[in-house]
Design a protein around this ligand. Structure first.
Ligand code: 26W
Length: 824
């Protein structure tokens, strides 16, 4: 065991120890002296210096959890969006100030090093970021946890805006090497695909042998996940696919060089790239391979860990582990656990099913029918023949149970079958629900709608399984890390930092809301964030923003149900007013959009082009350019979110009610003092209830009203006829005002709006515009605005991911924290 002295240098947190460790890593890891080190070298050296301090806790935690045979939550997610690690780990370790001083003493600007870190973009949006927030809270609450997923070589595409259009470029996050991961060549599992099954009898026992025609290896890569100001460090284990044989020498010697590396290329394809779709279901074979690959690697790994300290055979598996399925993407795990328990560990069907159904829980993140995954039976027959057999058996036994309750109700029985009516598709949500003991939505409204719509038949069968856990976000990354001026103002006002791990303590800020002097300092802090963002935009996009205008921000994946085009209609309306009445006194506004469109989603890409086209006109027109400014911020991701959320005054949460399962950006905006204009959708409902109805700008039809309009029949044309400004706005688009006179460019969007308008922009336009009027009124009164902004922060405590994780621990996982001592 390293001497205390050596440990002091290697993992001491004093400025001296950090400096020595940093210079050692620069010399011995990067093989560089200070004067010829690149910013990349300096970043890597600092990353290894911080990593060493993490690994200390990491190894201790792993030992403690093993020693305690601690009950562990395994979070299965096809996506994780952790964001850059360096600053977050320094904040959690409590060494950021010392490192900032140490680098300053060496003449290094820490922020330039932080900017060097590539972002692990292993996710599309909300679902992936939620998984990362939950991993941060699990470690902070000292709950033993393993995040299982895929180590995509290429994450979400890099978005460039060329001539106003989104252009995707390949993400190369691993290019410079990743100091935050540890390759585990000893943790490798064979993953089988294809082939056939045969019934056999082994020492009298009926057995099924699956002979695959492909085997790929899954290799573990571990990333430590630190908790805030404690010694618990959990594990994010991501799987990389590799060929069993990476080089076929025989083929090479025969000169067939392609064949020599075919297996390697083919096998590595599985973890090659993230599917960039955020709702619409791709249904591609490689996607199913990815889902089965990480499900099987993860379950084999858990059984390996369990059998290290087997208390009473695999029947005890659900006592040791609980698995959370992050949407249906890992739902094949239910069937894979049955295969492993029966075919490999020879449990009986009933014992295996008892273990399985007590091990899984499932979270639904979307109501969009096209996002509910179904896989063709023929694809399963080809790729996973053994699993298809097991699915039929699970379904047969399930329907036996269903008939007990709904005998004769064939519609119900058919609706409850894993196999859809056509017999051609396997419904993954059904497998997830049948194999889980708990099913939850991600906001109160969403969990209600899940029970009333997409899963209502399963709800009728098992009402006791359905619960709600409203989403949350980590205040460490989305306030302490990304908005230090506001965090230190709050710390100064409250005189402590306890609120960082107990966000409800922000309530004490309520009294400050009426305090004029504090309001002044609050406004100055908000303005400084707008200035920081304006400088970044000036340097990177050659566009000047007015930091004294209202920053009206909508950042999220581009999707019609999120209605970025409704926001665009508001901008056109304001522009129109200013054009027709130069004395119009609309307070100056800066509209900032950000978000990626799935590459195959044409309408979403057209929405981006509409926004950039409106910007080209409004930002240049002398009549409007000093009053309105429109920016489409390229490549919105976690890193850029750090500078956008703090600078926002108005948070646009304008989805059609009933469509946004929860939203989490809405929480991050409020946490940073932005006021929300939104519909009664997802978590907006609960945010409005917490911050106070007077501190929330509400508009639009409710989910019930939307359903009623749908049933009655919706005619957007009627709304256009009744609203001249709406008609004019659409007309400007249709007549090519924003497209150099080209009337074809936006025709699909205009026809959609005037035709079906499935997301009811026309129906909500009037109340949206009026609500925006109220926003402008409120903005004219800085004290009133500051008061509402302070109250939004003071009352946002419920939306900490710590609260959400506590809910999961108490109501779903039944798991207790395990405290890891600092130097145990
Ligand atoms: C099959 C393609 C695919 C990929 C991702 C379908 C669906 C998804 C995700 C479920 C989409 C997603 O990220 N949903 C978002 O999840 C957030 C976290 O719960 C919610 O806050 C958002 O409202 C929801 O849209």
């Amino acid at each position: 065991m390293a001497s205390k002295k050596h440990e002091q240098i290697r993992t001491g947190n004093s400025v001296t120890a950090l400096k020595q460790a940093f210079l050692d890593n620069l010399f011995y890891v990067q093989a560089r002296y200070m004067d010829d080190a690149s910013p990349g070298d300096l970043y890597q050296a600092l990353a290894y210096t911080v990593r060493d301090r993490l690994l200390h806790h990491f190894n201790n935690s792993a030992k403690q959890f093993k020693y305690d045979a601690a009950r562990t939550i395994c979070y299965f997610s096809a996506e994780f969006l952790p964001g850059p690690h360096l600053a977050n780990n320094m904040i959690n370790l409590g060494i950021l100030d010392n490192v900032r001083q140490m680098t300053a003493e060496l003449g290094i600007n820490l922020d330039t090093l932080l900017a060097e870190e590539p972002e692990p973009g292993l996710g599309n949006g909300g679902l992936g970021r939620l998984a990362a927030c939950y991993m941060d809270s699990l470690a902070t609450l000292q709950v033993p946890a393993i995040g299982y997923g895929i180590r995509y070589e290429h994450g979400i595409f890099k978005q460039e805006i060329r001539d106003g259009w989104q252009v995707e470029t390949t993400d190369k996050w691993l290019h410079g090497g990743n100091p935050w991961e540890i390759r585990r060549p000893g943790i490798v599992f064979p993953i089988k695909f294809g082939g056939h099954t045969e019934q056999t009898r082994i020492n009298g026992k009926f057995r099924v042998r699956w002979t695959p025609d492909e085997i790929v290896n899954g290799v573990a890569y571990d990333t430590p996940v630190s908790g805030y100001h404690n010694s618990n460090v959990n594990l994010l284990r991501l799987w990389h696919s590799e060929a069993c044989e990476s080089f076929d020498l025989q083929a090479f010697n025969k000169g067939d060089y392609y064949a020599a590396v075919h297996d390697k290329i083919y096998s590595e394809n599985i973890s090659k790239v993230l599917y960039p779709n955020d709702e619409p279901e791709a249904g591609k074979e490689l996607r199913l391979r990815q889902q089965y690959f990480f499900a099987s690697c993860s379950l084999q790994d858990m059984i390996r860990i369990f059998l290290v300290a087997p208390d009473g055979g695999l029947q005890g598996f659900p006592q040791k582990f609980v698995i959370q399925l992050n949407d249906t993407h890992p739902a094949i795990s239910v069937v894979e656990l049955m295969r492993l328990l029966i075919d490999v560990h020879h449990l009986s069907w009933d014992d295996a099913w008892e273990v399985t159904r007590n091990s899984f829980c499932y979270t639904n993140h979307t109501l969009l029918p096209e996002a509910l995954e179904t896989w063709p039976v023929h694809l399963f027959a080809k790729l996973l023949p053994r699993h298809l057999e097991l699915i039929y058996e699970i379904n047969a036994r399930h329907l036996d149970e269903v008939r007990l309750q709904f005998h004769g109700d064939n519609r119900k029985i058919a609706a409850l079958s894993i196999i859809d009516e056509s017999g051609k598709y396997i419904r993954m949500a059904h497998i997830a629900c049948i194999g889980s003991s708990r099913i939850n939505g991600v906001s109160a409204l969403h969990s209600q709608l899940v029970k009333q719509t997409v899963l209502h038949d399963l709800y009728d069968l098992w009402p006791q399984k359905f619960v709600n856990v409203t989403n949350g976000v980590t205040p460490r990354r989305f306030l302490v890390l990304s908005n230090r001026p506001l965090a230190s103002l709050i710390k100064e006002r409250l005189g402590h930092e306890e609120w960082v791990r107990d966000l409800n303590q922000l309530r004490a800020l309520e009294s400050a809301a009426e305090d004029g002097a504090f309001q002044e300092r609050w406004r100055a802090t908000q303005r400084s964030a707008r200035v920081r963002l304006s400088n970044f935009v000036h340097e990177n996009f050659a566009l000047d923003l007015d930091p004294d205008s209202m920053f009206d921000v909508q950042v999220k994946r581009i999707h019609e149900y999120k209605r970025q085009h409704l926001n665009a209609l508001h901008i056109i309306t304001l522009y129109n007013r200013i054009k027709h009445n130069p004395h119009d006194d609309t307070p100056p506004r800066t509209f900032i959009f950000g978000g990626k469109a799935a590459p195959g989603y044409a309408m979403a890409k057209l929405m981006i082009k509409l926004i950039t086209s409106i910007g080209d006109v409004v930002n240049r027109d002398p009549a409007s350019r000093d009053r309105l400014r429109v920016l489409f911020f390229p490549n919105f991701n976690v890193k850029h979110a750090h500078s956008i959320y703090p600078a926002a005054d108005l948070s646009e949460q304008i989805s059609l009610a009933g469509m946004e399962a929860s939203g989490t950006g809405n929480m991050k905006f409020s946490l940073n003092g932005a006021l929300t204009i939104g519909t009664l959708d997802g978590a907006n409902v609960e945010i409005r209830d917490e911050v106070g109805h007077d501190n929330f700008f509400l508009f639009g039809h409710t989910a019930e009203q939307v359903a009623a309009i749908r049933n009655e029949g919706y005619h957007p044309w009627e709304f256009v006829q009744r609203n001249a400004e709406l008609a004019q706005a659409i007309d400007l688009i249709r007549t090519g005002y924003f497209s150099h006179g080209d009337t074809e460019l936006f025709r699909p969007l205009v026809d959609q709006l005037m035709g079906v308008d499935p997301y009811m922009l026309c129906a909500d336009f009037d109340s949206y515009i009026n609500c925006q009027q109220q926003v402008s009124e409120a903005w004219r009164n800085p004290d009133h605005w500051a008061r509402m902004s302070i109250l939004n922060v003071a009352r946002i405590g419920k939306f900490s991911s710590d609260r959400a994780i506590r809910d999961y621990c108490e109501n779903i996982w039944h798991i207790k924290p395990v405290l890891v001592g600092a130097d145990s």
